[in-house]
Ligand binder design. Structure first.
Ligand code: G6P
Length: 368
């Protein structure tokens, strides 16, 4: 029963732990062992995705971060230009809709006022099709879109979004593969990504098994007022989402930066009072990331690094390293989100905040 916390102290923790199951449910019927089933995305999907020349993603909050990750995927795998914007900005500016643009709204609730307003406006402006990634069947967004991929997260009660985000990413990656197939993605590459998708539930469970260690780590944040989250590439939006979680439920100021921008400002803030959290899977940028971490260390900043074993980040005084399972680079944003959710959760519990109902925030913002 989704309205029951069961053995968990908070809905948020329960929802974090549900992720292996709901990610699996979001893939079910949409992928085979090696392929994405395009027709499972909608009977008209093949027609609507053919000749898409541009994708415009609109969302708010956590859903916006899912869109930010998707941009990396869409441009990388499909080679289709993708723009991402928060709905409250998009709706109040003059925008140019390029020909054959797919308009993609991401929303857990499907009722966020700004997202719906942006969709209605864009519909008048003319675009190829309106697609939605949504968690609530029958919501306004679902009803008003041409193509819908439902996330199978089940009801999300905690105001801070967790399982909705990772299922949005799962759905977005499946969509990206379908789009990429219209743009020359090889069968081999598709099989590789689908295999990585199949591994996700197990990998997320492996990260959940680190819960006690992450809880231990959270003690270092309890008396801090500020923190910095760093990532590069598709892990930059993961850092943004990690920072948002910490802000929302622990009320600690958290800012996310793409690690390469550190020297253009935030480095001036770094001292022993500002913990720096970093997500470091083993990818082409890891060596660059490591030199960014040196910059932090040299200024006395305390580092908390979630890293792939192969990334070879060495623990030392002031550098806490938590090793994560080796994952495919494409699915890494989904896996690396989970330790950041757990970290914020435990900091909030230690601080005694109202985890499921943080002050001043609402689950669904249906008025402007
Ligand atoms: C609120 C919620 C967030 C959510 C955002 C967008 O701010 O507290 O958790 O990410 O709205 O909501 P949506 O339902 O459109 O994803």
């Amino acid at each position: 029963d989704s309205a029951d916390k069961g053995e968990y102290r908070h809905f948020m923790l329960k929802e974090i732990y549900e992720q292996p199951r709901v990610i699996k449910a979001t893939m079910e019927g949409r992928i085979t062992k090696t392929r994405v089933l395009e027709q499972a995305l909608g009977t008209d999907a093949a027609n609507l995705l053919e000749n898409v020349r541009h994708v415009q993603i609109i969302a708010c909050g956590t859903s916006f971060h899912a869109g930010m990750v998707a941009r990396y995927w869409i441009e990388d795998l499909a080679g289709v230009p993708c723009s991402v914007e928060v709905a409250s900005e998009f709706r109040y500016r003059k925008h140019v809709i390029q020909p054959d643009t797919l308009f993609l709204c991401i929303s857990q609730s499907g009722e966020t006022a700004d997202t719906l307003a942006a969709l209605r406006q864009a519909k008048k402006a003319g675009f190829r099709a309106a697609m939605a990634i949504c968690n609530v069947p029958g919501s306004s967004l679902v009803r008003e879109s041409d193509l819908v991929i439902m996330t199978q997260a089940g009801p999300e009660i905690g105001v801070a979004s967790t399982k909705a985000f990772t299922t949005q990413l799962t759905a977005l990656l499946i969509f990206t593969v379908a789009l990429a197939r219209h743009n020359g993605l090889s069968e081999e590459k598709e099989a590789e990504i689908v295999a990585a998708l199949h591994q996700l539930p197990g990998q997320v469970s492996d990260v959940l098994a680190l819960d006690a260690e992450i809880e231990d780590m959270s003690k270092a944040f309890m008396d801090k007022n500020h923190s910095l989250f760093l990532g590069r590439g598709s892990q930059y939006p993961v850092a943004m989402e990690g920072a948002l979680k910490l802000k929302e439920i622990s009320y600690i100021h958290a800012e996310a930066y793409p690690a390469g921008e550190l020297k253009h400002g935030p480095l001036a803030l770094v001292d022993s009072e500002m913990p720096v959290v970093t997500v470091a899977p083993n990818n082409a940028l890891v060596e660059k990331l490591k030199s960014n971490l040196e910059e932090v260390r040299a200024r006395g900043g305390e580092l908390f690094v979630f890293a792939d074993r192969a990334a070879d980040v060495k623990p030392e005084d002031g550098v806490h390293v938590m090793q994560l399972p080796s994952v495919h680079e494409i699915t890494a944003p989904i896996v690396y989100t989970v330790p950041l959710q757990l970290l914020s959760y435990h900091v909030a519990v230690l601080k005694g905040t109202d985890v499921d109902q943080p002050r001043n925030l609402a689950k669904s913002v249906t008025v402007e």
